[in-house]
Design a protein around this ligand. Structure first.
Ligand code: E4P
Length: 216
């Protein structure tokens, strides 16, 4: 499973990248707002840090304007992945962009049929939003399961990018189902390492090591 980090916070991205844990980054208009930075400037900085795909989202809703924005975003760096919404215009833009060799992430996916359309439009990634479905008291992970079956049924190359991840259990379940990628907030990504028995075991080893009086 590939790990993307879901943030536009450059310091967090740099830290996770140095750990060797990052395969890519996803941003969206809300994350750009949160970072309080100019979209072109911050996206360029992120693309310079991370080798993998960096999703940058169009904010237009009409095809022509989406394509104009996509062209501008694509010029930021070679590893830009254009994010388009799961609308008819977004799907049309997806097809045009992927036909041109551009990486495309189709976002705001909430149903298996939407994911089917995105795959038919040649999407590089489909982003089903697990957490936001859970918020409606419906199991978001069921959607990942359905999409996995459908994509496998028809050998679609589109990668399932589990998005709107809120917990470490979301990551575990998405991995068990076979999602290709999880895009995870920085704090959740770092939490994956935590286990009380690891801490307890390490403390005990360090205590015993002190007692040996040795140095390595
Ligand atoms: C990623 O591409 C999505 O924009 C993001 O995961 C949405 O997460 P949220 O539902 O926590 O805003």
């Amino acid at each position: 499973m590939k790990f993307f980090v879901d943030t536009a916070d450059v310091d967090q991205i740099r830290e996770l990248n140095e750990l060797g844990l990052l395969d890519g980054v996803t941003t969206n208009p809300s994350l750009i707002m949160k970072a309080g930075r100019d979209i072109t400037e911050v996206t360029k900085e992120i693309c310079d840090i991370v080798e993998g795909p960096v999703s940058s989202e169009v904010t237009a809703t009409e095809y022509d304007e989406m394509m104009r924005q996509a062209d501008k975003l694509a010029k930021i760096a070679d590893n830009i992945c254009i994010k388009v919404p799961l609308t008819l215009d977004g799907l049309r833009a997806c097809r045009a962009l992927t036909d041109n060799g551009q990486l495309v992430n189709v976002t705001l996916c909430f149903s298996a049929n939407q994911a089917l359309l995105a795959a038919k439009a040649g999407a590089t990634f489909i982003s089903p939003f697990i957490g936001r479905i859970d918020d409606m008291a419906i199991d978001g992970m069921e959607l990942i399961r359905d999409i996995r079956v459908i994509y496998d049924n028809y050998d679609f190359d589109t990668e399932i990018l589990a998005a709107s991840i809120r917990t470490v259990n979301h990551v575990r379940e998405a991995a068990l189902i076979g999602a290709d990628v999880a895009t995870v907030p920085p704090s959740t990504l770092k939490s994956l390492v935590k286990h009380p028995l690891t801490d307890k075991g390490l403390d005990a080893f360090l205590e015993d090591w002190k007692k040996t009086g040795q140095n390595i």
